[in-house]
Design a protein around this ligand. Structure first.
Ligand SMILES: *[C@@H]1O[C@H](CO)[C@@H](O)[C@H](O)[C@H]1NC(C)=O
Ligand SMILES: *[C@@H]1O[C@H](CO)[C@@H](O)[C@H](O)[C@H]1NC(C)=O
Ligand SMILES: *[C@@H]1O[C@H](CO)[C@@H](O)[C@H](O)[C@H]1NC(C)=O
Ligand SMILES: *[C@@H]1O[C@H](CO)[C@@H](O)[C@H](O)[C@H]1NC(C)=O
Ligand SMILES: *[C@@H]1O[C@H](CO)[C@@H](O)[C@H](O)[C@H]1NC(C)=O
Ligand SMILES: *[C@@H]1O[C@H](CO)[C@@H](O)[C@H](O)[C@H]1NC(C)=O
Ligand SMILES: *[C@@H]1O[C@H](CO)[C@@H](O)[C@H](O)[C@H]1NC(C)=O
Ligand SMILES: *[C@@H]1O[C@H](CO)[C@@H](O)[C@H](O)[C@H]1NC(C)=O
Length: 900
């Protein structure tokens, strides 16, 4: 799992990572809670000992107790038809086998930690100083037709929306100012308490108030902020009844384990929410995983479920997020707002009077100050990364100008503060901008690269320039050149099993909404977290207009078929942007509600070359009162080059695209439909002729159905290349000087000779594996040292040896019968299902214990470790579908200290 929402660097093209020395290898990236499992009960099975009066999982607990297994029961789930089971923590990991052998268990899944929903960037407003020039608070509504729906009286009245997030500050005047029946926030539950971090014990209560985190309050405002507030914003469905299910505590780095997400989903379902929305997740790659499965099942019952696609766009393709991956949920991508509410500063002694700086509130320096540049070279690479020279004046009397790049903002600002500097302008080192995080140095603001170069040239020419930050009248609706385009941070799909993820996009970049009263009342945040409630609110308007019979799937299809495909950039020659990042396009809620042409399905999934589904059909239905004549055309999007040429690694964002495109044949390109008539159109799609299957080009595009008054479309997506050809295990010396996989010995060196381990203190081997692509199954077995087996992946030369100190815990997985191959093993050590690929700087480094997966001690002796990863779409019973690696000889001599 990768933490969602790290600040995204602006310049990622050509971004390369330094090789990490073996000595700095640290901890595992696995986010699995040890010894804790979500056990799903088969309610239909006829189990001996099952009593009709029992809770559905009671017989399982009884059976465990009878066999002397010590366990604790956490959440108990009882939503027949959706999910029945319990969270069980085993006191002794050795008892996994006992759990597995219990009759009536349908599935055992590990408990996964999901990161707290983090905005990509944030700006808190502490007040409002400028009623003369408010930001265009309606911009996101105009982008999507919500303004017109409000004018028609669609406001979400009578619709129930459950928000699963950090809670809501319902004391906020724009959020109803109260809690409970009769208020905007009608109900909810706090599953965790303020102090919850994701790993400590949750302290639930009935009050989901958020006055410490803010994220859920911002989400709530996007759906429900009442108009008439000082920023003139309104929620998409501000008459809807909101329930707050709080699953994150106050700590900013907090996570939540997915057993709690499941509890919140099921409670929202039980409390009959019409819509459930989750602005959270972590990279997962696959549609499996407990919370994704439960979210999908709830969506399949009809409840509309909207979930963020993730903020991992910088990590590139094949990085879709869960639970947004759930098959039937609506996974939401982000599009940037068309305006950014920022401030202008005023210049004296220059030929320009003003220029914009990226800050919602004026910087607190009303009086003119002279300008000081830390360098007179506006192309300097590492400006102010080192302490400033002795010749630097007392910067407290200046506005200091510094260039972005090469070290952290806080490092530059610390060096400037050491010389007294407080008012700081950081100029960008690439075109474009976004809000930045400057830690304790809250008086630093970002300006554009060209404006920075202009100011530097003024200083260099010796001009007597001063700058002032007007406290009123400086608000500026900066027309964002990237507005309306897909946000760079929005995660790329498709899922590793070729599902169409994300489904649609909505405004998520630079969104002004409510914030907890004690923290400033209003803030501008960016993220798919902001786009997701926008779709939830939009779905409420659809329910208003069309009645509550609209299901999650039909709402998704409506949004997809009426969305506006977005271009890759603003140039005339721009290709349409790949559906792997925008889904079917930017939603248009007005069209979704008022279209008389209903098209279904919204997605045609072509899959990979080996499983290519060329033939599809869709239905066009004229629900209007007049005859309609349609023209059907194919509009391709850019083909995403999802792997970096000549490597086994995914392309980083922005993922390059080519104009190669599929060929689409339709059974008809002209269609006349009488009122009420529908027609099934056949489609035959063949992959692009051009393009190298080795870079896994993903083609996508749209079949548009246009009448003189309406345009709708069906989206398609497919891969030219076979997923089974993806290399899963990284065996290149790209991140480390030594090619993984490898085993680190007691001193933290890569083990290259037979080595005995006592498993006492540091004398424990650990394994390090990096995944270049997701795998449905990663398995570690102990084998005899003289095994006759040729692994698919060989050794590489060893280059560096330095110690490792930190060792991480690991979790026992549930074992699975060894069905693949005739490979003779001594016993399985562990196995992981449905792992996502690692990010470009990711890896897993985890110690062995001297036990098999079932908890039995490994008999003392010499072994090798056989690592096997199933290729995507591979057959679990076929050894040839696995990549494998065989370790050097590892001696397991747990008690035999004398063996050294
Ligand atoms: C702000 O809201 C007020 C009250 O609803 C309205 O009169 C005014 O036109 C709005 N201003 C803008 C810029 O939208
Ligand atoms: C802010 O500055 C920009 C660029 O100098 C200018 O175009 C714009 O009109 C200014 N806006 C205000 C409100 O001063
Ligand atoms: C620079 O400008 C400021 C304010 O406009 C003025 O007070 C000061 O005398 C000027 N200094 C020089 C050297 O021109
Ligand atoms: C694509 O094909 C693979 C292999 O048959 C299958 O497992 C997967 O579910 C398919 N994907 C979709 C979205 O149907
Ligand atoms: C670890 O491996 C390195 C490299 O082979 C070796 O020099 C070192 O002695 C080993 N340490 C232990 C404790 O075995
Ligand atoms: C545990 O697994 C090992 C290795 O597969 C096997 O030899 C042993 O019999 C198992 N123990 C139990 C109690 O099933
Ligand atoms: C190590 O010693 C402990 C305690 O004597 C014993 O329970 C365990 O079975 C031994 N392990 C091995 C692998 O011999
Ligand atoms: C490991 O210990 C065993 C048993 O004492 C011994 O036979 C073997 O030589 C040792 N191997 C190494 C590499 O030290």
């Amino acid at each position: 799992m990768k933490v969602l929402g790290a600040l995204v660097p602006l310049a990622l093209a050509g971004y390369t990572l330094a090789v990490i020395p073996i000595s700095s290898i640290r901890k595992s990236t696995l986010s699995i809670v040890p010894h804790k499992f979500i056990v799903e009960v088969d309610t239909t099975a006829d189990i001996p000992g099952k009593r009709s009066t029992d809770a559905p999982h009671a017989h399982i607990l009884r059976s465990l107790t009878e066999r002397g297994v010590s366990y604790k029961v956490g959440h108990e789930y009882n939503s027949p038809g959706v999910f029945v089971g319990a969270t069980i923590t085993l006191e002794n990991a050795n008892d996994v086998k006992q759990l597995e052998q219990t009759a009536g268990i349908q599935a055992i899944r590990p408990v996964v930690l999901l990161p707290r929903a983090q905005p990509v960037s944030s700006h808190v407003l502490t007040g409002y100083g400028d009623s003369a020039a408010p930001p265009d608070s309606e911009s996101t509504h105009k982008m999507t037709g919500v303004d017109k729906l409000h004018a028609q009286g669609y406001l979400g009245a009578g619709v129930k929306i459950g928000i699963i997030d950090t809670g809501i500050d319902y004391t906020h005047p724009a959020l109803g100012g109260g809690f409970g029946p009769g208020h905007k926030v009608v109900g909810g539950w706090d599953f965790v308490g303020d102090a919850y971090t994701g790993t400590n014990t949750p302290v639930p209560d009935s009050d989901p108030l958020d006055q410490c985190a803010g994220h859920g309050t911002h989400v709530a405002g996007i759906i429900g902020a009442d108009p008439g507030n000082e920023w003139n914003i309104s929620g998409v469905a501000y008459k809807a009844a909101i329930s707050a299910y709080r699953v994150f505590g106050c700590p900013e780095e907090g996570t939540v384990s997915d057993d709690i997400i499941i509890a919140a989903l099921l409670r929202g379902h039980a409390e009959k929410q019409d819509i459930l929305t989750l602005s959270l997740g972590g990279s997962a790659g696959w549609v499996e995983g407990s919370s994704a499965v439960v979210a999908s099942r709830i969506a399949a019952t009809g409840t509309i479920v909207t979930i963020a696609a993730g903020n991992d766009g910088a990590h590139g393709s094949w990085y879709s997020s869960s639970p947004g991956n759930g098959i039937d949920v609506i996974s939401v991508a982000s599009v940037d707002n068309t305006v950014i509410a920022i401030q202008n500063l005023t210049l004296h002694g220059a030929d320009r009077d003003s220029l914009p700086y990226f800050r919602l509130q004026p910087a607190p320096f009303p009086d003119p100050l002279p300008l000081y540049a830390t360098s007179n070279d506006s192309t300097v690479a590492s400006d102010a990364c080192d302490p400033l020279p002795d010749s630097t004046p007392d910067l407290s009397k200046y506005v200091t100008l510094v260039r972005r790049g090469s070290c952290a903002f806080t490092q530059k600002l610390g060096n400037i503060a050491a010389k007294g500097g407080n008012a700081v302008l950081i100029y960008n080192n690439v075109p474009g901008w976004a809000s930045i995080s400057t830690g304790i140095y809250t008086n630093a603001s970002l300006i554009q690269d060209t404006d920075g170069a202009y100011l530097v040239s003024l200083v260099a020419s010796g001009a007597n320039v001063t700058i002032a930050f007007p406290q009123t009248g400086g608000s500026y609706d900066f027309p964002d050149p990237h507005g309306g385009l897909v946000s760079d941070y929005s995660s790329y799909g498709p899922s590793n099993d070729m599902y169409f993820k994300p489904a649609v996009a909505a405004p998520g970049g630079n969104i002004l909404s409510t914030w907890p009263v004690p923290l400033g009342k209003y803030a501008v945040l960016s993220g798919t977290s902001m786009a997701t409630p926008f779709v939830a609110g939009s779905a409420a308007l659809v329910l208003n207009a069309k009645g509550k019979g609209v299901t999650s799937l039909s709402a998704r299809t409506l949004f997809e078929t009426t969305a506006q495909p977005v271009a890759a950039d603003t140039t005339d020659a721009a290709l349409l942007h790949t559906a792997t990042q925008q889904g079917a396009g930017l939603i248009n809620v007005y069209t979704a509600i008022h279209t008389e042409t209903i098209v279904s399905p919204g997605e045609l999934i072509l899959n990979d070359t080996a499983h290519y589904q060329s033939s599809h059909s869709f239905t066009v239905h004229n629900t209007g009162k007049k005859v309609k004549q349609y023209t059907l055309t194919h509009v391709p999007a850019g083909t995403a080059q999802t792997l970096q040429t000549g490597t086994i690694f995914a392309s980083l964002g922005p993922v390059p695209a080519t104009s190669d495109h599929a060929t689409v044949q339709l059974t008809t390109t002209k269609l006349t439909l009488q009122p009420g008539q529908s027609h099934v159109v056949g489609v035959h799609i063949t992959p692009p002729k051009g393009g190298d299957p080795k870079v896994f080009p993903v083609h996508s595009g749209f079949i548009t159905i246009t009448s003189p008054t309406e345009t709708t479309h069906v989206s398609y997506l497919g891969l030219k290349g076979s997923l089974k050809d993806a290399q899963v295990i990284d065996n290149t010396a790209t991140l480390f000087p030594v090619a993984p996989p490898f085993i680190l010995n007691a001193t933290g060196d890569v083990q290259d000779a037979p080595t005995n381990y006592t498993f006492v203190g540091d004398d424990v081997p650990s394994w390090l594996v990096r995944l270049a692509f997701g795998t449905p199954l990663l398995r570690f077995d102990l084998v005899k040292p003289d095994i006759k087996f040729t692994p698919t992946l060989g050794h590489r030369a060893l280059e560096e040896r330095t110690p490792v100190v930190d060792r991480s815990w690991y979790s026992f997985p549930h074992g699975k019968a060894n069905t693949f191959g005739q490979v003779s093993i001594v016993g399985p050590l562990f196995e992981f299902d449905y792992l996502p690929r690692d990010a470009e700087d990711g890896y897993t480094n985890t110690p062995f214990t001297p036990q098999f997966a079932n908890g039995t001690n490994v008999p003392s002796g010499n072994y090798r470790v056989l690592v096997r990863a199933l290729k995507p779409t591979g057959d679990i019973t076929q050894e040839k579908d696995f990549e494998s690696w065989l370790s050097p000889i590892v001696g397991f001599w747990p008690n035999a200290t004398a063996a050294h």
